[in-house]
Design a protein around this ligand. Structure first.
Ligand SMILES: [Zn+2]
Length: 234
């Protein structure tokens, strides 16, 4: 049973009261955010980032303020299903508004190294992919790509290093399913320079994907002045 299932939510609320995806305040079992947060959401991004090798990437929030803490918590465990579901709902909405949603054949995620996944218990990008796939009613395939043993964290590198690092780290999984001619949606948690999704999209296209779109809960605030950037469609 996926965490978006109303039966799951109703039962979970008895064990652990439901809480607002943004501020954490206790709320009624079938809501995602409290009334105050619904009226005053953190700043949102609704552009389309034309990251290299992709047909475009959508995001929900800017990676700043309270959102940094929410992303951190969703990476390191904790009851963050509401935040994941809220982001998935918004991402599905943006993909529908741009006419992309109906073309998606398969949803996947930026892979995490096995050792790290074991340490954290789950891959947050995989959870995001499951939620987004659920909102779009599309199948999810989390065994298309693999991450090499290099565990250097992308966000600790400079822009140029990020690019070459990302290109070397992600590879096609040995026994991946046939994605020839398919349109793939790949999920990540934060889009900073776009080098991770660009590298993953490049692999997916080498594997035969026709189109690759990307989505993430947050994007760097450098994308804020999107009207002035030529790699962003407002
Ligand atoms: Zn709230």
């Amino acid at each position: 049973m996926l965490a978006t299932d109303p039966r799951y939510k109703y039962l979970m609320d008895i064990i652990m009261p439901n809480s607002c995806a943004v501020c954490g305040k206790v709320i009624v079992w079938d809501k995602l955010v409290c009334d105050e947060c619904a009226a005053d959401m953190p700043d949102m991004f609704d552009g389309l980032i034309l990251a290299e090798n992709t047909e475009g990437a959508v995001g929900v929030f800017y990676y700043e303020g309270a959102v940094i803490g929410l992303i951190y918590r969703s990476k390191h465990g904790g009851a963050v299903n509401n935040f994941a579901e809220l982001c998935a709902e918004k991402l599905a909405e943006r993909l529908r508004d741009r006419g992309i949603a109906e073309n998606i054949d398969l949803v996947t995620a930026v892979p995490m190294h096995r050792r790290k996944r074991l340490a954290r218990g789950q891959n947050h990008a995989e959870r995001a992919a499951r939620f987004v796939a659920d909102k779009l009613s599309r199948p999810v395939d989390l065994s298309l790509l693999e991450r090499s043993g290099d565990t250097t964290e992308q966000h600790k590198l400079e822009k140029e290093e990020r690019r070459s690092h990302a290109e070397n780290v992600y590879k096609a999984a040995k026994h991946h399913s046939d994605i020839k001619g398919k349109t793939i949606l790949i999920c990540d948690d934060v889009i900073t320079t776009g080098s991770t999704i660009s590298a993953c999209a490049e692999r997916l296209k080498e594997m035969g994907a026709a189109k690759v779109y990307a989505c993430s809960a947050a994007v760097s605030d450098v994308y804020r002045d999107s009207k002035d950037m030529d790699h962003i469609i407002p």
